[in-house]
Design a protein around this ligand. Structure first.
Ligand code: ACM
Length: 638
């Protein structure tokens, strides 16, 4: 059913310190609309409640906004109510900076959906969308992505119908081929199978050769018209060799005028970095298990080996913890009448979603079979609005409400290092996590604790006195050292965001930090002895807009990130030679604030995710943007 109301929003750079929104609420129902309140969610927040005209600001929580019309207003069928809001915390820059969702609350308390439109720039014409991906150019006709370290092959005239394990292959080898085939079938449902297990006279055998001299995760393919040999030293390398064969055959079959299958020669391949990651924020938006499995399939196809699963944030705690069931009831459900209010595209209907421990086991096993390790993240101590709403005993009851705000606008959202229950809670959470996740690292977040956090908490003040420390970040460091001890006691290493180093940080041994704020931060962390993964927002945050144009969707606080920039960025660039061994690799980050649908997800994540995969794998001297552009249209999407 079509919505009975529609909200349209325009933004004008004039009219306030950060411009002005004009909202038009159309009544498309058959009855006059009176005595109601309007709610919308928008990342462009209102900070001056008085700076609006023809409406009354009622309340805001992060990006949830509630307004009332002027007293007595009635919107007749077919008419609209127009009001303006100019007390904004920043200017709007893109079409996704307006209302992401809206609803009305009627006099009887009922909530009714409102359709919303993307933000329009007032009084300007839209520029045509830019071309972000050139047609590309191939020097060698092979559909490999990421491009291999060494390739010295002659293209064949035709290609084998299918590849099959040579006679005498072990059960283990047959199983690997079956896994590679299943991956291909999931990614390209209607594509012709590259492998089968039966000896096929019109196909070509693949002979496996275990060879300890092949690099870790590497492989060597030797082609002839009689057979292909695949040499490897570990399971990941064997899988990647098969993936390359599947890519070669898929390319040759799908676009025979551009891509071919090798008739002779060798491909000798290995990754540039050991950490080739992709992060996904499942808190802001929930992704069903099937979507996660498909994303993991895509990572495997691109030879990425880490899935960093950002399971908790202010907006929801998505991981079932048996000791604390309210985390995934109260802590996930966002709705007009729930403790967690609608945010980021939520409307009149409550929305939830979480991963049961059975779901987690299923996803971890799915990933492991594809040589993808899952690094789970519980983001602490900041970004915990949902946790604190689900478990109010974790707060210091004497702390003044609204005593500090996160950069996303959440009040008092950090776990309190001076509340003893905080540690009991986290011990139990980690106990359950280590049973679920076999990963070397547990990621504990550590990002964006607001300066000023806990300073109005009497318990925190007392603890700081006792410890002889002062200030938010000294207290954060005290807290994170205790967290590090908890992980060490469970045999796990600590991963975190770059702010873990603030206020004195933690022991650098077995601590890996992700440099997201900017590239220089990564070098500074390496100097302090931390291992580093480079995830700078300016190149690797896939929620960033890809062009300047107003109608480009996405965030822009880290700048504009065209695919060519993501591809060309050299994370290792300014690392001094003596610190390069601290730089373990690179990672894409998929923050979900703007990903209200698969359409937005695919538009922003591709082709930048494959671009990062190539940056993670392919030696610098072999990177080639035009070759990448020619091949990437073959990449699967979500
Ligand atoms: C982050 O972007 N807050 C890690």
């Amino acid at each position: 059913m079509e919505a009975a109301y529609r909200l349209e929003t325009t933004w004008n750079p004039e009219g306030g310190p950060n411009g002005r929104f004009t909202f038009s609420l159309f009544n498309l129902s058959d009855e006059a609309l009176t005595g109601f309140k309007l709610v919308y969610t928008s990342l462009t927040r209102v900070i001056d409640p008085k700076a609006c005209e023809n409406a009354v600001f009622l309340r805001r929580n992060a990006n949830f906004h509630e307004f009332a019309p002027p007293a007595g207003l009635s919107i007749e069928p077919g008419a609209s109510w127009i009001f303006t809001v100019s007390g904004l915390h920043r200017p709007a820059k893109h079409c996704t900076d307006g209302a992401k969702s809206a609803y009305v609350t009627l006099a009887d308390g009922k909530h009714v959906a409102i359709a919303v439109s993307d933000l329009l720039l007032e009084g300007r014409v839209s520029e045509p969308p830019p071309v972000l991906l050139p047609e590309g150019r191939l020097e060698l006709p092979f559909a490999l992505q990421p491009w291999p370290a060494e390739i010295d092959v002659i293209p064949g005239d035709g290609f084998p119908v299918v590849l099959y394990p040579a006679e005498g292959s072990s059960k283990d080898e047959l199983t690997t081929v079956s896994t590679a085939l299943a991956l291909f079938r999931r990614l390209f449902e209607s594509g012709h199978a590259p492998f089968n297990l039966s000896v096929s006279p019109q196909g070509r055998p693949v002979r496996f050769a275990h060879d300890p001299s092949v690099a870790k995760e590497g492989y060597k393919l030797t082609f002839s018209t009689q057979e292909v040999t695949l040499a490897y030293s570990d399971a990941a390398g064997r899988q990647y060799g098969l993936t390359s064969l599947a890519q070669l055959l898929h390319g040759a079959r799908s676009e025979p005028n551009r891509f071919r299958f090798p008739a002779s020669g060798t491909i000798t391949d290995k990754p540039r970095y050991v950490w080739r990651g992709c992060h996904l924020d499942v808190s802001r938006q929930f992704y069903p298990v099937a979507d996660l499995k498909r994303l993991i399939d895509i990572l495997a196809w691109l030879k990425l080996n880490i899935f960093h699963w950002h399971l908790t944030d202010d907006e929801a705690w998505r991981l079932e913890i048996k000791a604390y069931p309210t985390l995934t009831t109260t802590g996930v459900l966002r709705g007009p009448d729930e403790p967690l209010l609608p945010q980021l595209g939520n409307g009149a209907e409550p929305v939830g979603g979480f991963y049961s421990q059975d779901d987690v086991r299923d996803i971890v096993a799915h990933a492991a079979a594809l040589s993808v390790e899952i690094v789970p993240e519980i983001d602490i101590p900041g970004h915990n609005s949902a946790t604190l709403i689900a478990l109010p005993d974790l707060t210091d009851g004497q702390e003044a409400p609204d005593s500090y705000h996160s950069v996303q606008g959440y009040p008092n959202n950090a776990l309190n290092p001076a509340v003893p229950l905080t540690y009991e809670f986290l011990e139990k959470v980690f106990d359950e996590m280590v049973e679920l996740f076999p990963s070397e690292y547990i990621h504990i977040g550590g990002d964006e604790v607001a300066n000023g956090s806990w300073l109005a908490s009497p318990l925190a003040k007392k603890l700081m006195e006792q410890e002889g420390i002062s200030g938010t970040f000294a207290l954060q460091s005290y807290f994170l050292k205790r967290i590090k001890d908890m992980l060490t006691a469970r045999g796990r290493k600590l991963a975190g965001w770059n702010e873990v180093a603030h206020g004195g940080g933690i022991a650098s041994k077995d601590s890996l930090l992700m440099a997201w704020e900017n590239p220089q931060v990564g070098i500074d962390l390496a100097k302090q002895g931390y291992e580093v993964v480079m995830t700078p927002g300016q190149a690797y945050y896939l929620d960033m807009v890809q062009a300047e144009a107003f109608q480009e969707p996405g965030a822009s606080w880290a700048g504009t990130v065209p695919p060519a920039h993501t591809y060309g960025y050299e994370a290792e660039g300014d690392f001094p030679e003596e610190l390069k061994d601290k730089m373990k690799g690179v990672q894409a980050c998929i923050w979900s604030e703007h990903f209200l649908s698969r359409g937005y997800f695919n538009r922003l994540v591709f082709p930048r995710l494959p671009a990062i995969a190539e940056a993670a794998w392919t030696p610098k001297a072999k990177k080639d943007w035009h070759r990448f552009s020619a091949i990437v249209p073959l990449s699967p999407k979500l």
